[in-house]
Structures are given as structure tokens and as C-alpha cells.
Write a protein that binds this ligand. Structure first.
Ligand code: NAD
Length: 282
């Protein structure tokens, strides 16, 4: 098969992203002719007319697919012809597949987190889960957790409006969504009665050091997942492991969102184990 593939990543500040390298390495492993271009957007406000132009140009230039990242994940939703079910509810996409001039939006942050969870925490109690951070990633994770059968989701965000919006996006689902005040006392109470905790806030990154919850609330019966992956072993995960919790790092979500996008764009299965090994090297 001598066909070639053309893909790209559109967003602002995409230089440090590991996604291009993950796609390129997987394509090379499979012997595909796969070109992945980083399409950096100028900073500032998102210009919908410009994005529409860009998407039209990508179709005309023969792109097979695009990854879409901050801050254009939302603005792209009304511009695609079709969407996967989660995209409309969440109001954000991170992958666009282009076939015969038609575009379909997908959100592989949702499917990527789900895959990471079922692989890494297959047998944990999904009854009551605290989610920290209701931003773009937190919203994708919330939808994944609902799909995974979480019965009660307790959402914590310093910005109350974001927590409200996340809850509204899950209105039609049967999971109980509760918004928890982001104060030490409420957080302690919520984590105290939870079976699991997911950090989707930036706490733990180099620019936001520290743990979003006090170490005293961590106990062996609580599982803890972090989606921050720089560093992989965050202060929260180190404290959780020390307290005897079952833990999951952010590597799985980062790899599986890339693998899912690769599969959607090329229609070929990705070697996820090899992609996880690549990620460890990057
Ligand atoms: P965002 O800025 O859209 O949202 C972050 C949210 O967290 C904001 O609403 C903010 O108010 C809230 N927040 C900040 N500190 C908090 C705290 N202490 N407690 C509760 N809420 C708090 O960012 P995002 O795009 O949602 O990404 C969040 C983080 O997720 C990133 O920093 C990144 O490290 C990680 N991420 C990982 C993956 C992956 O594939 N593993 C993918 C995307 C993002």
C-alpha cells in the first residue's frame, strides 16, 4: 500500500506536545508514509472565521485528520459536519477525521482516559468518585467516569462556574453529580467518603507545585488517578502510594488519546504497548 497520510496538530503553544512524536513513531513502526505537521496558532483570542478557513484548507490540501488542542477544542465543534456522541455534550473535540471532504469530530481525551482506567484500575470500586478540576480535561474525564459506571461524582473546582457547566453537560445521565465547595473542610469530607479520587487540575505540575488534597485523607481503600503527566509521579501520587492507595498516572490517558486518534485517522490499529514504551522514553 503506497498511499500516504497527512495529519496535523492545531493549537497554541503546541511546541512541547508529545502527541506529534507519538504519532510519528507509531507510523514509522507500521511502515506508513505519514506526515504529521504542527500548525501553531498565533496567541490571543480564537478567531472562528480563521479556523473555518484553516479547516477548509486542510480538506483541500488532502489532510486525513487533525488533532485539535488548546484553545480551539471548543471553537471547532460547530465547524465539523458530524460529531461523535460525546463531542456535543462536552462541547469540545480533540480529533477531526477527514474523509471525502467530510469532517467528523471526536474526543479521544474521553476514550483515552477510559482505556487508561480500564487497563490500569480494572477492579476498583467506582461507587463515589471525587474529581478535582472541571476544565477542558476534567470535563472529558467526567464523561469518561460516567461512561465507566461511576454512581456518584463529586466535582471540585476553584471556579464554581466551571463546576456548574460540567454538571450541566451531564444533565441527561443517570450518575448523581454533586458540586463540592473547594474549601479544605468540604474537600476532606468529600474525599473521606469517596472510593476514588481523580486529579484533573493543574496542581502537581512544575508551575503548580504541591498536592491538591492533604495527605491525611489518603488511605488504602481509596484509589487515586492523576492526569498530570509532567511530572509523571506527582506529589499527590507519591503521597497516595505511600499511604497504600492504588494509583494511576497520567501516562495512559496521554498515550491512549494519541493511539485512538491515530486509529481514527488511519483506520489501522495502533500498537499501544509500544506507544507506552515510546512515551516512557520521551
Ligand atoms: P484548564 O485550565 O482548562 O482547567 C483546569 C481547572 O482546574 C480550572 O477550572 C481550575 O479552576 C481548576 N483548578 C485549579 N486548581 C485547582 C484545585 N487546587 N482544586 C480544584 N480545581 C482546581 O486545564 P485542562 O486543559 O483541563 O488541563 C488540566 C490538567 O490536565 C493540565 O494541567 C494537564 O497537566 C492535564 N492534562 C493531561 C492530559 C493527559 O492526556 N494525561 C490531557 C489534558 C490535560
Amino acid at each position: 500500500d503506497r498511499r500516504s497520510w497527512l495529519a496535523g496538530l492545531i493549537g497554541q503553544g503546541v511546541g512541547p506536545s508529545l502527541t506529534p512524536e507519538m504519532h510519528e513513531r507509531e507510523a514509522e513502526r507500521q511502515g506508513l508514509r505519514y506526515v504529521y505537521k504542527v500548525i501553531e496558532q498565533a496567541g490571543g483570542a480564537v478567531d472562528a472565521a480563521h479556523l473555518e478557513h484553516l479547516l477548509g484548507a486542510a480538506i483541500e490540501l488532502g489532510y486525513d485528520g487533525l488533532n485539535i488542542t488548546h484553545p480551539v477544542k471548543q471553537a471547532m465543534v460547530p465547524l465539523v459536519d458530524e460529531t461523535a456522541p460525546a463531542v456535543r455534550a462536552i462541547g469540545a473535540l480533540n480529533t477531526i477525521v477527514i474523509r471525502d471532504g467530510r469532517t467528523t469530530g471526536h474526543n479521544t481525551d474521553v476514550t483515552g482516559f477510559k482505556r487508561s482506567f480500564t487497563d490500569g484500575l480494572p477492579d476498583v470500586d467506582r461507587d463515589r468518585v471525587v474529581l478535582l478540576g472541571a476544565g477542558g480535561a476534567g470535563t472529558a474525564v467526567a464523561h469518561a467516569l460516567v461512561d465507566l459506571g461511576v454512581r456518584r461524582l463529586l466535582v471540585v473546582d476553584l471556579d464554581h462556574e466551571r463546576a456548574d457547566q460540567l454538571a450541566a453537560s451531564l444533565d441527561d445521565r443517570s450518575t448523581d453529580i454533586e458540586i463540592v465547595q473547594p474549601t479544605a473542610g468540604w474537600l476532606r469530607a468529600a474525599v473521606g467518603m469517596a472510593t476514588g479520587l481523580v486529579n484533573a487540575s493543574p496542581m502537581g505540575m512544575a508551575a503548580h507545585p504541591g498536592s491538591p488534597v492533604p495527605a491525611e485523607v489518603l488511605r488504602p481503600s481509596l484509589w487515586v488517578a492523576d492526569i498530570v503527566y509532567r511530572p509523571l509521579h506527582t506529589t499527590l501520587l507519591d503521597a497516595a502510594a505511600a499511604a497504600g492507595c492504588t494509583v494511576l498516572t497520567g501516562a495512559g490517558m496521554a498515550v491512549h488519546q494519541a493511539a485512538d486518534a491515530f486509529e481514527l485517522i488511519t483506520g489501522r490499529p495502533a500498537d499501544r504497548a509500544a506507544m507506552l514504551r515510546d512515551f516512557d522514553e520521551l
